[in-house]
Write a protein that binds this ligand. Structure first.
Ligand SMILES: [Zn+2]
Length: 289
């Protein structure tokens, strides 16, 4: 499942390719699962709209759409550059929201490129290209909204004091609190384990038991881990990534995630694997308290 850094990388890649382009028409497939909004609503919100921006919100890709369907050439942008995430542009009339689920992909294609099996949506662009949504397992979701915002705080933008406030009265394990999308939006299992390791905090600790200092360490670790992963993903965005999916992702070397029984990279103690709220969690019993 794509996590925040992957979605950020994909959103940046899409922003560099399609910002400024105009959606001329939309084709939607007959499978009901990928359509979270009715097909007619999606088509009405997308057609003859200009793509003003593409950004990541939590683990969603958000296309900000504005009126003025006059074709203009897309503004080229370097893939590594941070897209504007400054909330919703004033001119935006709607947002097209894409959640990739387990296996969803957004492809920017030439129209003569063969349509892949499991293509559920095609947006034809004024530039002659097509934006295609492909998803074999159909856990991905397409919807439209006005003024969409994630419920939780954005982990790369939240201030330290606000971050501390999110967790300090929680009685759940800190690992569960990190995964709670109503608190922080977009931190998944891998990055939660890696952040807790770097902060020296065991995943089962009650969030409320963490000191201010520990929460500050965790805050720094979450940002560090996500930024490192984005930097790695961002440097590998290319057309080939889009052509065949996940290539270039998950390059961050995991220090504990998926390393149960293997020696800790710091102290050589065997990494432990436990299950918290149905999710596997990995930690070093010596380095994490
Ligand atoms: Zn260790």
């Amino acid at each position: 499942m794509p996590e925040l850094p992957e979605v950020e990388t994909i959103a940046r890649g899409l922003a560099s390719r399609v910002t400024g382009d105009v959606i001329e028409s939309v084709w939607l497939g007959s499978k009901p699962e990928p359509l979270k909004s009715p097909a007619s609503e999606i088509a009405a919100a997308l057609e003859a709209r200009r793509i003003a921006a593409v950004r990541r919100v939590g683990k969603h890709i958000v296309f900000d759409l504005e009126n003025g369907g006059r074709a203009s050439s897309p503004v080229p942008r370097k893939p590594g550059r941070k897209p504007s995430r400054a909330s919703v542009p004033a001119s935006a009339t709607a947002q097209w929201i894409v959640h990739l689920g387990m296996t969803g992909r957004m492809l920017v294609c030439k129209p003569d490129q063969a349509t892949e099996k499991h293509t559920h949506a095609v947006a034809r662009l004024a530039s002659g290209r097509e934006l295609r949504f492909v998803d074999p397992r159909r856990f991905g979701r397409l919807s439209v909204a006005h003024g969409f915002n994630a419920v939780g705080s954005e982990p790369l933008e939240v201030e330290l004091d606000a971050f501390i406030d999110l967790f300090r009265s929680r009685k759940t394990p800190i690992k569960s609190a990190l995964l709670n999308q109503k608190l922080l939006s977009g931190v998944g299992n891998i990055y939660a384990d890696e952040s807790l390791f770097r902060a020296g905090i065991r995943p089962r600790r009650r969030a409320a038991s963490l000191t201010r200092k520990e929460l500050a360490l965790l805050y720094a670790a979450v940002q560090e881990v996500l930024k490192e992963a984005i930097a790695l993903g961002g440097s590998s965005v290319s057309d080939s990534v889009y052509a065949d999916g996940e290539e270039g992702f998950f390059q961050l070397q995991h220090r504990v995630y998926g390393r149960g029984g293997e020696p800790c990279l710091v102290c050589r103690a065997p990494v432990k694997r436990i299950v918290i709220a149905g999710r596997s969690s990995h930690y070093c019993p010596k380095c994490q308290k």
